[in-house]
Design a protein around this ligand. Structure first.
Ligand code: DQA
Length: 145
């Protein structure tokens, strides 16, 4: 079976995992989480490219660049989830199955986090399982290839 390629994007402030609001996001650094994601992807037969950006436009450019290159996208868009119509339009435009991820259970937090403007253009969402949200998203995506 050919290996599938997935682009995994971490959005704003996720570079600070491990020191940022550890009561919510845990003490694992992004490097540690990425290593666990890579190990899980490998076991699933997925080639996973992981990128992080604090910039909306960079994330949009990375999504555009995924056309013809990747079979699926996993995105934790951070706070952009809640208001970036531009990111939503980019996900809709590229027509690559995309899974929305959040480490925390956004529905159990402040009301402004309950709304996701990207949800309607994503294949599904995994929310609230910490670093495992990313791995569960990869598992879900696999079924869509
Ligand atoms: C987050 C939830 C967002 O509301 C927040 O702005 C983040 C992280 C999560 O992974 O739980 O930056 O996407």
């Amino acid at each position: 079976m050919p290996r599938h390629k997935v682009l995994l994007l971490h959005g704003p402030n996720l570079n600070l995992l491990g020191e940022r609001e550890t009561g919510i996001y845990g003490k694992d650094t992004i490097e540690h989480i990425n290593a666990e994601i890579q190990a899980a992807a490998q076991a699933m037969g997925i080639d996973c490219e992981i990128r992080q950006s604090n910039h909306e436009g960079t994330l949009i450019d990375l999504l555009h660049g995924a056309r013809g290159e990747f079979d699926g996208v996993v995105i934790n868009a951070g706070a952009l989830t809640h208001y970036s119509i531009a990111l939503r339009d980019a996900i809709a435009a590229i027509r690559i199955p995309t899974v929305e991820v959040h480490m925390s259970n956004v529905q159990a937090r402040e009301e402004f986090r309950h709304k996701s403007v990207i949800a309607p253009v994503c294949a599904g969402a995994i929310v609230g399982f910490g670093k495992y949200s990313y791995i569960l998203a990869l598992q879900g995506l696999k079924d869509l290839f």
